[in-house]
Design a protein around this ligand. Structure first.
Ligand code: TYC
Length: 134
């Protein structure tokens, strides 16, 4: 029977430290992840999966009373549009009834809607905004 003596200096590194004796610390590539992958030689995954959050459109709705200039200002100040794009979006809403002011993750989209309603209410305009999943 052969008893293996512990190899000096090759213990598991402490948490938070870097084991410079590890092969990958010397630039070796990742080992195959699964038997299937190793045996077929076909890489079935090249990058770790990263969840993308769902995105939501912020819609602005037309009405007969909110001034065009106010809607343009909203699109500039709250949605970061330049004057030309803001005017185009406003006119598209005016003609078509509804338009997309921007697309965001849900929490940001809902905050923008609240800001639109707050700004409109302060001036007594009936402008409405809403959120729709992309
Ligand atoms: N229809 C409005 C007007 O003629 C302008 C307007 C455009 C209002 C877009 C709301 O989301 C809107 N004054």
């Amino acid at each position: 029977m052969v008893l293996q003596a512990p190899v000096e200096g090759r213990e598991k590194p402490e948490c938070g430290s870097v084991n410079l004796l590890h092969p990958r610390a010397a630039g070796e590539s990742e080992p195959p992840r699964r038997d299937e992958e190793r045996e077929s030689g076909v890489a079935t995954r090249t990058r770790p999966k990263v969840a993308r959050p769902d995105r939501y459109k912020v819609l602005l709705f037309n009405d007969d009373y909110t001034p065009m200039e106010f809607v343009v200002t909203i699109l500039e100040k709250i949605f970061g549009k330049g004057p030309s794009e803001a005017t185009q979006i406003m006119l598209a809403i005016h003609r078509g009834g509804v338009g997309v002011a921007g697309v965001y993750v849900l929490e940001v989209a809902e905050t923008k809607v609240a800001r639109v309603h707050q700004a409109a209410q302060e001036r007594g305009y009936p402008l409405r905004a809403g959120v729709e999943k992309e």
